[in-house]
Design a protein around this ligand. Structure first.
Ligand code: ADP
Ligand code: ADP
Length: 232
């Protein structure tokens, strides 16, 4: 597959720190696949995702997104093209599920009819009955449902790329297994380019088309298919 995102010798040293969180990372992220970044806590996985969607700027190196240097892409345009899901999903408590899912579409100026239709479609996609949930508030949801809404929100404007940072991390094992399976089913249709971060090698092997094993400072220890990782 062609490369969707290219990292070229990317480093990040956070202000006030000496050791880089990411050092000289060069990585090609293939289009239409789930690429898993797996490695111990603190090895720089989240930093790598934040660099890709420009929540933070690299200290050196270059990131190319679909042929364009990300520093040249307008932030709103980048946001429309990158869905971002994190463990602490951070739904806005004072906003309904619809309004939470529709934050990016509203930013893009979609009208109410389009937003309602899209929200219902997304709730269906993530396995929640729209008529039951569209007008509820986040505190009325279970942890697993909140993560489903987080995935729906990230998918709202149909971005080609999804960055997923331990998306199923804070969920009980049975629900987690179900969410993983359902997400794989959704992805089989959507074929998004996904960068999926986990510290759990079992989850990496289950979710990944390809797996990057990272050690400290996001140094690549291995980059291979799950089958070949398992064989080693
Ligand atoms: P991971 O996602 O693999 O757990 P992180 O990317 O969160 O790793 O962190 C990588 C390193 O950068 C760690 O040493 C962490 O302490 C440090 N770090 C992360 N965020 C910040 C920050 N905002 N300021 C300073 N150091 C940070
Ligand atoms: P704030 O910093 O006030 O949360 P932002 O403009 O950063 O505002 O984000 C607005 C909304 O868009 C938030 O709900 C945020 O979670 C969501 N968002 C931010 N970045 C992305 C992204 N890359 N993909 C999808 N949603 C995003």
């Amino acid at each position: 597959p062609r490369t969707m995102i290219h990292l070229d010798k990317v480093s990040k040293v956070y202000p006030g720190t000496k050791v880089p969180a990411v050092e000289d990372l060069t990585l090609d992220i293939p289009e239409g696949e789930i690429l898993v970044l797996v490695g111990p806590s603190g090895c720089g996985k989240s930093t790598t995702l934040r660099l890709i969607n420009r929540m933070i700027e690299p200290s050196s190196g270059r990131i190319v997104f679909d042929g364009e240097d990300v520093t040249d892409v307008d932030a709103d345009r980048l946001r429309r093209r990158i869905g971002y899901v994190i463990q602490q999903i951070g739904l806005f408590p004072h906003m309904t599920i619809t309004d939470n899912i529709a934050t990016v579409p509203r930013m893009l100026g979609w009208d109410d009819n389009r937003i309602t239709a899209r929200v219902d479609e997304l709730l269906d996609l993530v396995g929640m009955d729209p008529s039951l949930y569209r007008d509820r508030y986040p505190k009325e949801l279970s942890g697993g449902q909140a993560q489903r809404v987080g995935v729906a929100r990230a998918l709202a404007a149909d971005p080609p790329v999804m960055l997923m940072d331990e998306p199923f991390g804070a969920i009980d094992p049975i629900t987690r297994d179900r969410l993983q399976n359902e997400f794989l089913r959704v992805q089989a249709d959507l074929k998004k380019t996904i960068v999926f971060v986990t510290h759990d090698i079992d989850e990496a092997i289950k979710m990944g088309d390809r797996i990057v094993v990272l050690k400290e400072r996001s140094q690549i220890a291995q980059f291979d298919t799950p089958e070949r990782i398992l064989a080693h």
